[in-house]
Design a binder for this molecule. Structure first.
Ligand code: TR5
Length: 183
């Protein structure tokens, strides 16, 4: 198991698997577990943006989130939505923050479309791989037909067989069940 025990979720997993509790309070289920409040990280560029220490072109903010223009946009109007608190990836976002966060992502996807007279948007999150800033952020990029971006940015492949596709389906169904039941 990977060993970043400063991450409460990782520590909880270890606690569940080994019974080790360190200084943490024990918890009988993931639902009861109290996540430690994340502290602003002075080395994090997005925490510094939230704190107003770096000038950015803000387009939206509320109690939980800030949104601003990406300074190297894919297209003009490319916005980043971030939680004020320092959560590294989507997996780290607490359950009670999911609705506010994605409600704001929806608002921004409407606003980017409307404000930029775009035909659509691309909405995406890099988690760890290709994530250059380790503070959760949603990209909202205005899209137009013929704008040069082709769906996802990567080449596609086919499953080797229907059986292989079924095998992968099973892996994901099992993982989803394990996460939902805390197994
Ligand atoms: O590669 P990922 O998905 O992590 O996206 C990070 C995004 O943050 C990139 O699209 C960058 O262009 C954007 N970024 C990085 C900085 C920055 C920013 N957007 C606005 N203002 C920024 N400042 C002041 N500093 C950055 N390092």
């Amino acid at each position: 198991m990977c060993g970043d025990y400063s991450n409460p979720r990782t520590r909880l997993k270890r606690e569940l698997l080994t019974g080790a509790t360190d200084e943490l309070e024990t918890s009988s289920s993931l639902c009861e577990y109290k996540m430690a409040e994340p502290q602003p990280d002075e080395n994090c560029i997005f925490c510094r943006i939230v704190a107003g220490q770096l000038a950015v072109a803000r387009v939206f903010e509320d109690d939980s989130c800030v949104a601003f223009l990406d300074h190297r946009p894919v297209f003009p109007g490319h916005v980043l939505l971030i939680p004020r608190k320092h959560y590294e990836t989507l997996a780290d976002l607490p359950a009670d923050q999911i609705a506010p966060f994605f409600t704001n992502a929806q608002l921004l996807s409407r606003a980017v479309e409307q404000g930029m007279l775009a035909e659509g948007t691309f909405v995406g999150i890099n988690n760890r791989v290709s994530q250059s800033v380790p503070h959760l952020h949603v990209h909202v990029v205005p899209r137009r037909r013929g704008d040069g971006l082709r769906g996802f940015f990567w080449p596609r492949q086919r499953y080797a067989s229907d059986r292989e596709m079924t095998r992968v389906q099973g892996l994901l169904v099992d993982a989803i069940t394990a996460i939902r039941t805390g197994a």
